[in-house]
Design a protein around this ligand. Structure first.
Ligand code: ASP
Length: 595
């Protein structure tokens, strides 16, 4: 007797006539009054079981009462399906297993939701994640995820990278977010921080002479969750010594081309465009522009500097700018829709939004047309490349406000007019970020990327005198308008690192206290080094085409950092408080205190 034990999805016509054992979950059961059919499912796919009461009465008795999602083991013979009953859409659709013996290894209770129901509340799905993850789409996502990290490992190992570990319980490794802290039982009053990224440790590896490091690293940031952000997430973290910026970008580009080709069969055109931060802000109003569509912003300040339209002239006289973009086909927008766009601009901190509608004959309709000269109008149309049927949107304000408004308007209009081709991929690198940005609330300079990023060598002498003008060696990798990776060349001299610490407001003592371990290592010969850290979750989101990071993380948290699966976070017990030498916070007061 030759038994054939296969994964459910792997049975084929080659196995016809062989004895078979198949194990899996009951995906579907159909009782035809005599024959019972069961679709048995495992990770590999589905195979059909036939249970004939004449042939196997005991198996039939079990099959009759079995609930969906119960786990079964079937023993029988692989047979060809009779003509007319084959299923071409199924890999195993030409065969079935005629069951001799059926065992119910684990029955399932009635389900809280049906696996093929797409409208199920997400919290309920996460609460029963072990069920939810059985759905085909979730299985496929985890398959893509594991293939992605496998390919990354192969790609980097082939290029001499070592996979090295870094600690989880550590001192703060700042990336600009709030740390998660862990009270240290053995040092009452002290805390560890969970790493926001392995940043400083990967730099220490370079200083230790390891030259090429990578890690599929979990990062923790205590910040508001969004559709593409979780409290803990996974990065491909990598670092190289004696490296140039372009070598790191080329490596990243090659890696993403390999992933796209092998996992979704897409050949990405190379090289990926590399544009400066300043150009990205000017032309697209964003440091992560979506280049699947045009909607390029043009600066028309010079054209309207002397305009009799007070709003334009006033903005420029106040040191601001007037910029515009043309949206194809947008002349059809109704008054109501145009008003809504003006409101949209205000929500983004603008004064409003002016527009010119070019009808099909090239005639311009606009409430502001009467204030603009024909030369001004013609100039604006030429600068934005507007064609008949298009609308031109103009914002006049401080440069910062105009960038914000038009930068938000671009993707908004692209979505309204469906301008991004489905299946299009727009990868690019944004380079030459400023080293510092001014934080209005804190009234101080902050690092734009992180404090360990090197300034451009030719700007080093301006760090103290004009921090805002210093460009850095930082870069971002952007795909279809989302930031997929950030990285930089790093500071490798202690004096330079100390100057950056001072500029962002650390006294030398504070710097020594917080980053003494880094400064110490920098004092004994640190090679020039740099790296990048692509988000694995975000990469998988692109590959499977989902907008929600929770779809690609097997066990995610929902808003408020709550995990509906385990109910974490949960209150600490009195023993835990005591062991840590901490006091529980007072219970939130429920009654109003009288004034
Ligand atoms: N550690 C940085 C981050 O997490 C990336 C890098 O600079 O390599 O964004």
């Amino acid at each position: 007797m030759t038994y054939r034990t296969e994964q459910c999805g792997a049975f084929t016509t080659e196995h016809i006539g062989r004895e078979a054992i198949a194990s899996g979950w009951t995906a579907r059961r159909r009782d035809h009054g005599g024959l019972v059919f069961i679709d048995l499912r495992d990770r590999s796919g589905v195979v059909q079981l036939v249970i004939d009461p004449e042939h196997a009465p005991e198996a039939h008795a079990i099959a009759q009462s079995v609930r969906v999602e119960s786990v079964l083991r079937a023993t029988g013979t692989v047979v060809a399906r009779s003509t007319g009953t084959t299923n071409a859409s199924l890999a195993t659709g030409a065969i079935e297993i005629l069951v001799d013996r059926l065992e119910e290894l684990a029955p399932s209770e009635p389900l809280p939701f049906q696996l093929d129901d797409v409208g199920v509340d997400e919290v309920l799905r996460i609460r029963h994640r072990a069920l939810d993850l059985r759905r085909d789409a979730m299985q496929e996502t985890q398959r893509i995820r594991t293939m992605t990290t496998r390919l990354i490992r192969r790609y980097l190992e082939d290029r001499g990278f070592w996979e090295l570990e870094t600690p989880i319980l550590t001192k703060s490794t700042p990336e600009g977010a709030r740390d998660f802290i862990v009270p240290a039982r053995l040092s009452p009053g002290s805390v560890y921080a969970l790493p926001q990224s392995p940043q400083l440790f990967k730099q220490l590896y370079m200083m230790s002479g390891f030259e090429r490091y990578y890690q599929i690293a979990r990062c923790f940031r205590d910040e508001a969750q969004r559709a593409d952000r979780q409290l803990e997430f996974t990065q491909l973290d990598l670092e190289m010594s004696f490296v140039t910026r372009d070598e790191i970008l080329d490596l990243t580009e090659g890696l993403y081309c390999a992933i796209w080709r092998e996992l979704i069969g897409v050949d990405l055109p190379r090289p990926f465009p590399r544009i400066t931060h300043a150009e990205a802000m000017l032309r697209y109003g964003s440091d992560k522009p979506d280049l699947r569509y045009g909607l390029e912003i043009a600066d028309v300040s010079d054209l309207v500097r002397e305009s009799s339209f007070g709003v334009f002239k006033g903005a420029i006289d106040n040191g601001g700018v007037v910029r515009a973009l043309a949206c194809p086909g947008a002349a059809v927008l109704t008054r109501r829709e145009l008003d809504a766009l003006i409101e949209f601009a205000k929500e983004w901190g603008g004064q409003g939004l002016a527009y010119l509608l070019l009808d099909e004959s090239g005639e311009v309709r606009s409430p502001i047309a009467k204030f603009l000269s024909p030369t001004e109008i013609a100039g604006i149309i030429a600068a934005t490349g507007a064609a008949p049927g298009d609308a031109v949107f103009l914002a006049a304000d401080s440069a910062g406000a105009v960038v914000r408004v038009l930068g938000a308007l671009r993707p908004h209009l692209a979505a309204r007019f469906d301008l991004a081709d489905a299946g299009a991929w727009a990868m690019l690198f944004v380079v030459d970020f400023p080293l510092f940005g001014w934080d209005e609330t804190e009234q101080r300079w902050v690092a734009e990327h992180h404090m360990f990023t090197a300034p451009r060598a030719e700007h080093e002498d301006r760090i103290e005198s004009d921090p805002g003008s210093v460009l850095s060696e930082a870069y971002d990798f952007v795909v279809n308008g989302s930031e997929i990776a950030s990285g930089s060349l790093r500071i490798n001299r202690p004096d330079l690192q100390e100057r950056v610490f001072r500029t962002v407001g650390f006294s030398d003592e504070e710097a020594e206290d917080r980053f003494g371990f880094l400064l110490r290592a920098l004092r004994y010969g640190a090679p020039p080094h740099g790296g990048i850290a692509p988000g694995i979750d975000r990469t998988v989101m692109l590959l499977v085409g989902t907008e929600s990071i929770r779809d690609v993380i097997a066990f995610p948290k929902i808003s408020g950092g709550f995990d509906p699966l385990t109910d974490a976070p949960s209150p600490a017990t009195s023993e835990q408080w005591r062991d840590l030498g901490l006091k529980p916070p007072p219970p939130p007061s429920t009654t109003e205190t009288p004034a």
